[in-house]
Design a protein around this ligand. Structure first.
Ligand code: FEO
Length: 402
């Protein structure tokens, strides 16, 4: 069934022809409470060019938006900045409709796309390469591991648009094309969540890319990512937000994350959090029974002090905590004060395994892990309160210049 959608104009010669996914709530395990967009772009130049595509189920939406501007058969080139299927899933449908003269992608992109879709006739490009479109040109810059080995960005010099694929993106579905049409608080929240859950482990590469942008002398006036709104004003706002996330400087906030079997770890968590609060530090507590890992990662990323607590089950840390430990380890959190705690009956691996993870991540643990047997006594809870207060004071000292 043919769908009806229209393109939106980005600049004199560039159109947005992507898709709005209002209802996606689980993006490979990342809960996307506000949905997302898969942005694709059409450049109308002597050589008409499609930059990126969309997730496979949205192919017809993209093609409908393209048809509102031009017959897809008149497109000459496709550029694939990123091979992950949320941007390449509709590539086979696009190729069938367009029959492009060339498909440009990075060297790694050609291999990855070939593995997903077979040989569609890819032309590999690298940093320094450019393709002439007639009135303007598209220059390519490799951004390996931002987000996958194949990732690259493309700069269209005629309209000064940087097509940045996952970089500078966020998961946010909405009615507006431009970031300046959204509330700043929503943008900041979604950028921080996106960075924490997608790019945190590549923070050093993000900083290197941000440092190199002025040297590339692109002079872009529009940032057009593959997810969420585009940026035409205050470009330094999104660039600074990305830098802030990538630097992972400790902030004067705390996150107490716990799971519990019979309530013991929970009351230890509450006493610790109350101690933090007593020093005027903002603290959030999160029970893993009702908080999933991507929202935990957001809380952890924005906190200079983290406390993880869990019971022991079957001689292992409780499974819900093991899942979160695995997740934050992969995302390589750093620069935090950390505290491990828990409760156990006999063997007591829970808090020990959490403390070992914090060691592995080189997080500072000013206090040794604390674990109670069966049920905390009031003297234990007093100690948890004092531990929270002491670590909050250290955090305030550590972050006073941030
Ligand atoms: Fe939006 Fe790495 O894909």
């Amino acid at each position: 069934m043919q769908k009806f959608f229209k393109a939106e104009q980005v600049s004199a010669n560039v159109w947005w022809v992507g898709a709005v996914d209002w209802n996606v709530r689980n993006f490979h395990g990342y809960l996307t409470g506000r949905g997302s967009t898969y942005n694709a772009y059409l450049i109308i130049d002597d050589k008409v060019t499609l930059v990126d595509t969309v997730k496979a189920p949205f192919a017809e939406e993209m093609l409908a938006r393209i048809r509102s501007v031009i017959d897809p058969g008149k497109i000459d080139y496709i550029i694939s900045n990123h091979a992950e299927p949320d941007h390449s899933g509709a590539l086979p449908a696009a190729v069938a409709a367009i029959k492009p003269e060339k498909i440009f992608t990075s060297v790694a992109g050609a291999k990855t796309l070939n593995a997903y879709y077979g040989d569609l006739g890819f032309t590999p490009v690298k940093t320094g390469d450019a393709v002439e479109l007639g009135q303007g040109r598209c220059a390519f810059v490799d951004t390996k591991m931002l987000h996958w080995p194949d990732s690259m960005v493309t700069f269209y010099d005629r309209d000064k648009v940087l097509f940045s694929q996952d970089a500078f993106g966020m998961h946010l579905a909405g009615s507006f094309l431009w970031a300046d049409q959204y509330e700043e608080r929503i943008l900041e929240e979604e950028v921080e969540k996106y960075f924490a859950n997608i790019l945190n482990l590549y923070s050093e590469k993000v900083i290197a890319l941000l440092d190199s942008l002025p040297g590339l002398d692109l002079g872009f006036q529009i940032i057009a990512p593959d997810h969420g709104p585009l940026w035409r004003k205050d470009l330094d706002k999104i660039v600074s937000l990305y830098r802030k996330c990538a630097e992972q400087k400790p902030r004067p906030r705390a996150a107490v994350v716990y799971c519990t079997m019979w309530g013991s770890t929970k009351i230890c968590a509450e006493a610790f959090a109350d101690g933090v609060r007593s020093k005027g530090v903002e603290v959030e507590t999160a029970d893993l029974m009702v908080n999933e890992r991507s929202s935990i990662m957001s809380k952890v990323a924005r906190s200079g002090l983290i406390a993880f607590g869990a019971p022991t089950m079957n001689n292992q840390v409780y499974p819900a905590m093991a899942d979160v430990m695995n997740y934050v380890k992969g995302l390589r959190i750093k620069n935090k004060l950390a505290f491990a705690f828990g409760s156990c009956g006999w063997s007591g691996e829970g808090a020990r395994q959490i403390a070992a993870l914090f060691d592995e991540l080189k997080l500072e643990q000013p206090l040794p892990f604390k674990q109670v047997k069966y049920m905390p006594q009031s003297s234990d809870l007093e100690e948890f309160f004092k531990a929270g207060a002491a670590l909050a004071e250290q955090l305030l000292e550590k972050t006073k210049d941030n």
